[in-house]
Design a protein. Structure first.
Length: 205
C-alpha cells in the first residue's frame, strides 16, 4: 500500500502543489478583504457562518460541548460531502480550480469573528486559525490534485483511442492514483478535524 501512496503522490505532485497554492492565494485574498472591511466579504462571511451554525451537525455538536462527536462529523463531511465531489470535479480540470479558489476564499473570510474583529490579533487564536487552515488545505490538495491528474490521464486516453467510446477504458493508473491519494488524505482529514474541534475549547477559554 505504501508504494501505491508514493506513486500516487509522485504522479500528482504538480497538480497537488498547484491546488495548494490556489488555496493559499485565495485564502490570502479573503483575509485581506475582510480585514479591509469589504462589505461583500463580510456579508458572505456572516451568511456562511449563520448557515453552518443553524444546520451543520458538527457545529451543533460543538455548541453543546460534544467536541469529539463534532470532530468526527466534520471529518465525515469533509471527506464525503466535500473532498469526493471535488475530486470528481477535478476530472474536468479547470472547474476544480474555480471551486478551490472559492473554498480557499471562504477559509480566508472567516479570519474575523461575528463582530468582525480579527482572529489574528491574539497569538493563540492566530496560531489556531492558521494551523487548522493548513491542516485542511493539505488533504484537500491531495484529493483534488489526484482528481485533476486523473482528468488529464482520462483525456489523454481518450485522445489516444480517437474518442471511440467502444474502446474507452478507465486506465488502471487512474484508479491507483485516486486510491493512493485517498489512503494518505483520509487520516489527514481526520487529524485536521480533531485539531480543529479538540483545540477549540482551549482557545475559547
Amino acid at each position: 500500500m505504501l508504494d501505491i501512496v508514493v506513486t500516487a503522490v509522485a504522479r500528482c505532485k504538480f497538480q497537488m502543489v498547484s491546488i495548494f497554492l490556489t488555496y493559499l492565494l485565495s485564502s490570502g485574498v479573503g483575509i485581506l478583504m475582510v480585514h479591509s472591511g469589504s462589505p461583500i466579504a463580510l456579508g458572505e462571511r456572516d451568511r456562511i457562518v449563520a448557515t453552518a451554525t443553524a444546520s451543520e451537525p458538527a457545529t451543533l455538536s460543538a455548541r453543546s460541548g460534544r467536541y469529539l462527536t463534532a470532530a468526527l462529523q466534520d471529518f465525515a463531511a469533509n471527506l464525503i460531502r466535500a473532498a469526493v465531489p471535488q475530486t470528481l470535479l477535478g476530472l474536468g480540470v479547470f472547474p476544480a480550480y474555480v471551486s478551490v479558489a472559492y473554498q480557499g476564499w471562504v477559509g480566508g473570510i472567516v479570519s474575523v469573528d461575528r463582530d468582525h474583529r480579527s482572529r489574528l490579533i491574539r497569538p493563540g487564536t492566530a496560531v489556531y486559525y492558521f494551523t487548522v487552515l493548513l491542516l485542511q488545505f493539505v488533504p484537500f490538495s491531495l484529493a483534488i490534485g489526484a482528481g485533476v491528474r486523473s482528468g488529464l490521464d482520462l483525456y489523454s486516453h481518450n485522445v489516444n483511442s480517437g474518442w471511440n467510446l467502444r474502446e474507452y477504458r478507465v486506465p488502471y493508473t487512474v484508479l491507483k492514483t485516486l486510491l493512493g491519494a485517498y489512503v494518505l488524505a483520509t487520516p489527514l482529514f481526520l487529524l485536521a478535524s480533531l485539531v480543529e474541534y479538540l483545540w477549540r475549547p482551549q482557545i475559547a477559554a
